[in-house]
Design a protein around this ligand. Structure first.
Ligand SMILES: [Zn+2]
Length: 410
């Protein structure tokens, strides 16, 4: 029996103050219960670390530990309470578990690893024999721990982006550290206040060290960023720009399709995808089809050509050349007699400074593709998220690159 006691002593990282009193094996319940006893030593206040006298023993409580073979393993102890002259009566800290946790540190660390490895939380919870709520609590504690451990390293490039969330048109805003590909913070909505909140997750020194911020054209984001980090240059996200152009081409195509069909010409039907691709991504067959279509659908072809031409904009090496190109492109787009294209052109001209800033800071929100798809997966796995806070915890747990594991004492 002493061997078993010594074994659990080691596993639980017990110090001199604690002893393994008894190990009970319950074959019926498939359970091992380990009784621990406090055997003395100086008591320290958990708040101020000052030494204090013993007040009493708190009622016996239990913690779940890692299973021993197939036996559910429970740690049980009555923890002393001390009386601190400054902080009052407090339950002392124990070496095997974190404050307010129902699990030992080893169990918690293991649960976090399983949650990280599993494709979804439901499955991980099942493997661990935990309820969904309890699994969530473990993640929540891990995220709090990780956020507190974050260091104030300089961050040069940040991205601010929005994602839809929930059934209605609800949004969340994300701030991303582009150098380290990690989510820094998540805020509810996509208002100026949401964006201010994102900025407040950085220290003053970090904020003033940011060189550039990439956002879409959303005004709340640029207003907030100008105010919060006035030295940072605003860069407009090139992938949002190309989305606007692709949508404009599609609007032209739909309208032209309607008028062609009136004349009995079906050639534009079902070709939406074909116009969306970049020319380099088409195979010879598709290129051939597109050639034929361009002769039949003159307007769509013109819109498509304008969109394709704009891709060259990003290849320029300097602001001066980029600007020159833009004005050439703009005059073509504006004379195209295609309403949707003209609309996008006018919008781009209004935001030209932010587009040209790309040549000084070539950053985009799409460069963190790895977690963009992860955020997407979290969203679709959890359509039932009742609260924004749950969603935030998930995103930070999986995409925050946080140090999530509890510190074990050995
Ligand atoms: Zn104290």
């Amino acid at each position: 029996m002493n061997d078993l006691n010594a074994h659990y002593r080691l596993l639980l990282g017990l110090d001199e103050a604690w002893d393994v009193e008894q190990v009970d094996l319950d074959l019926e319940a498939n359970r091992v219960v380990i009784d621990l006893q406090h055997v003395g030593g100086q008591l320290r206040c958990p708040e101020c670390q000052g030494s204090c006298r013993k007040f009493d023993n708190a009622p016996k409580r239990t913690w779940r530990h890692l299973d021993t073979m197939q036996f559910e393993t429970i740690v049980q102890a009555s923890v002393p309470r001390c009386e601190c002259p400054d902080c009052g009566v407090k339950t002392i800290a124990v070496p095997w578990a974190g404050k307010h946790s129902r699990f030992t540190l080893m169990f918690e660390a293991f649960a976090i690893r399983v949650l990280q490895a599993a494709s979804n939380v439901k499955r991980a919870a099942k493997l661990l024999g935990l309820s969904w709520d309890t699994a969530h609590t473990v993640m929540e504690r891990a995220v709090h721990r990780g956020m507190e451990r974050r260091e104030e390293e300089p961050i040069e490039y940040v991205g601010i982006d929005e994602k839809s969330f929930g059934k209605a048109q609800d949004y969340i805003s994300l701030m991303v550290d582009l150098d380290r590909s990690r989510v820094l913070e998540v805020a509810k909505d996509r208002t100026t206040e949401s964006c201010d909140q994102l900025w407040s997750s950085l220290s003053e020194a970090q904020k003033s060290g940011v060189l550039a911020v990439v956002t879409d054209f959303w005004r709340a984001f640029s207003n907030s960023s100008r105010e919060q980090a006035p030295q940072a240059e605003l860069v407009h996200d090139r992938f949002h720009v190309s989305q606007y152009l692709v949508e404009a081409v599609d609007l032209v195509r739909r309208k032209e399709n309607q008028s062609l069909r009136k004349e009995g010409d079906d050639s534009l039907v079902g070709t939406r995808q074909l116009w969306l691709f970049n020319l380099d991504n088409l195979d010879p067959d598709e290129q051939h089809r597109l050639d034929a279509l361009q002769r039949a659908a003159v307007k769509t072809a013109r819109a498509w050509g304008i969109k394709e031409m704009f891709r060259e904009f990003w290849a320029h090496r300097s602001v001066a050349w980029g600007k020159k190109f833009f004005h050439r492109w703009y005059s073509w787009a504006i004379r195209s007699r295609l309403k949707p294209i003209k609309k996008v052109a006018i919008m781009l001209k209004k935001h030209l400074e932010g587009l040209l800033a790309y040549f000084r800071h070539p950053i985009t929100n799409a460069q963190s593709e790895g977690f963009n798809s992860r955020v997407q997966a979290i969203k679709s796995a959890a359509r039932g998220f009742r609260s924004f806070e749950n969603y935030r915890i998930r995103i930070l747990f999986y995409c925050g690159k946080l140090e999530l594991l509890p510190e074990t004492t050995h």
